[in-house]
Design a protein around this ligand. Structure first.
Ligand SMILES: [Zn+2]
Length: 393
């Protein structure tokens, strides 16, 4: 049984490959000089990429690049690297109707060279949602129009029917209708916030009414504990960016390993953002002193030249300064520092950047740590492959 493929949603996640951590200076900024996770690591930490139109449209530059270079060129992946295109229903769920037509979306998928193109769906937030039936109908009729236009135009990408619903039956009904329309691949939406149990129930119901060879993608769902169950249900692929984003959005689970998650060490830059943005005079000088002492000591600790106690003292002093009266993360820091996960990881980011990856500070450290998290997540997908091979052998 093949494992589900892992796709990462593209959110323009780039870092500067020549970033100087010691002086905190960038060598270059922007798409030309910055690099994606698949360019920085030894091999891509995912099987494919999901590109949502609503995300691409946030920037004029990105939109033009996509049209000019094609989606593979814009992402700098080989032509054979799988890329799914969708509209990104989460981006327009507050609107009465989706902002696109099937004609324009088919033209966009074709012009940009997507491998898979998803029909235009409309999210149904709950069973009680007033426009529930209207959105269900819109999703169905868009799928019908999408595949008939795709056939008429002889479009080169694989058409994917986007399925929405509010319970297992509604998902299964629509999925079965889409099979009748001619789809050989379906994608289930609206599951991001659902419980594992609900996701499995819905997937099981859908699987029960579609042919075994129909490929099934699950949007926004790449949870390790349910991977095996999804594999048994013959799920073709899943996507999620949450491992990446926890690196800077998580409170204490920023740095992932196969065994556990660690808290990254906050050493913020005074005068940059947050509560220290408007510091002046003596306050600013003190903040800068604590900041550079923290950086110096953490690097010294990493080399074995500074004791943990000495480092914790300065981190504590700095935390009291920039985060007065708020919940302390020092106990979490101590755990991270004692176990030094960056010294145990084989990914190129940890090997090359070392302790800098464990520091919560600016895009070049935080996003690198996100790339590392993605690498760890993908290792677990790849681990399923090895264990199923071992079982066979
Ligand atoms: Zn790593």
């Amino acid at each position: 049984m093949t494992r589900p493929l892992y796709f990462i949603p593209d959110w323009d996640d780039l870092v500067d490959p020549g970033y100087d951590f010691l002086t905190d200076t960038a060598r270059g900024k922007g798409w030309e000089s910055e690099r994606y996770a698949h360019e920085l690591l030894e091999r891509p930490p995912y099987d494919g990429i999901l590109v949502s139109k609503v995300v691409e449209e946030k920037s004029k530059k990105r939109r033009e690049r996509l049209r000019r270079l094609g989606v593979h060129g814009a992402l700098r992946v080989p032509r054979e690297f799988p890329v799914i295109g969708d509209c990104g229903a989460f981006g327009y769920f507050e609107e009465k109707l989706p902002p696109y037509t099937s004609e324009e979306i088919i033209d966009y998928y074709t012009t940009c060279g997507f491998d898979f193109g998803v029909s235009i769906d409309h999210l149904i937030p709950s069973a009680e949602f007033p426009d529930r039936d209207l959105r269900y109908e819109i999703t169905r009729e868009n799928a019908r129009e999408f595949i008939s236009l795709h056939k008429k135009l002889g479009s080169p990408f694989t058409p994917v029917g986007a399925v929405q619903g509010w319970d297992p039956d509604s998902y299964a009904t629509l999925a079965s209708q889409m099979i009748t329309m001619g789809y050989t691949m379906l994608a289930l939406g609206g599951l991001v916030r659902a419980s594992t149990e609900t996701i499995l129930e819905i997937t099981r119901a859908v699987r029960g009414v579609i042919p075994p060879e129909t490929r099934l993608h699950l949007f926004g769902v790449a949870r390790i504990p349910m991977l095996e169950a999804l594999q048994k249900l013959g799920v073709y692929s899943v996507d999620s960016a949450s491992a990446l984003r926890r690196a800077w959005m998580g409170s204490t689970d920023n740095y992932h390993t196969l065994k556990r998650d660690y808290c990254a060490i906050r050493i913020p830059e005074p005068g940059k953002r947050g509560p220290m943005k408007n510091l002046t005079g003596d306050d600013l000088s003190l903040a800068r002193r604590l900041e550079s002492a923290s950086l110096e000591k953490i690097r010294g600790y990493d080399r074995g030249a500074v004791s943990l106690g000495e480092l914790m003292d300065v981190l504590g002093e700095y935390e009291t300064f920039y985060n007065p009266g708020k919940k302390s993360r020092l106990a979490h820091y101590e755990k991270t520092l004692r176990e030094m996960p960056w010294k145990k990881c084989s990914c190129k980011i940890c090997v090359e950047s070392g302790v800098e990856v464990a520091i919560f500070r600016g895009n070049n450290r935080n996003r690198r740590r996100g790339f590392h998290n993605t690498f760890v997540l993908y290792e677990q997908f790849r681990g399923m492959e090895k264990s199923s091979r071992a079982q066979k052998g």
